[in-house]
Design a binder for this molecule. Sequence first.
Ligand SMILES: C[S@@+](CC[C@H](N)C(=O)[O-])C[C@H]1O[C@@H](n2cnc3c(N)ncnc32)[C@H](O)[C@@H]1O
Length: 198
Amino acid sequence: MIMEERAVPSRVVAAERVAYEAGFKGSSIPEVGRLLRLAAAAKPHGVIAESGTGSGVGTAWLHSGLGAGARLVTVEREEGLARRAAGVFADDDRVSVLTGSWRLLERYAPFDVFFCDGGGKRDDPERVVELLAPGGLLILDDFTPSPHWPPRFGGEVDELRLFYLTHPALNATEVLTTPVSSAVVAARRHWRDRRGPS
Ligand SMILES: C[S@@+](CC[C@H](N)C(=O)[O-])C[C@H]1O[C@@H](n2cnc3c(N)ncnc32)[C@H](O)[C@@H]1O
């Protein structure tokens, strides 16, 4: 018998099929998907955002935790992929699949969950943090675990990872998603927290 936490939602399977048909190789793995589902489920009335839809696999994992009062918006710059991914969610008006730059997401901010997976993570990390609501969760995957502090990648300090892990507006940590991959998970502080203890 398949244990519930190991089951893959049918919409994820549909998005994986789209990836296969489109020859798209960049989809999230189930270990990351379960983290996405958890984050979405923690914000049942939230705005859930994703940059880089791909074929919709990560979107489908987010969708599997989506509350009845929540909204999910995702953006993909490759028009063909966006169109195919949109088909996976055509029956659910809580979901919007946009075509174009990740900056199109800004009009839906602030975000209660932001899976920053295509655009923003490297090119405008400060803006990524600004787009989070107080208490909003940020998920960034595809890091390589490092035994060092500050974390290193390819022999160099990983400045981007360090930026997110030490940003003053975030409570952040790094979690293993597999033995050889990790994700940064962060929550935006409430403004009161940033004044220090009272
Ligand atoms: C890692 S894949 C996304 C995988 C998907 N989020 C998932 O979980 O299965 C990254 C995607 O981001 C898209 N992308 C990259 N830069 C982008 C940008 N600036 N704006 C919008 N989409 C972008 C790429 O075309 C690619 O499809």
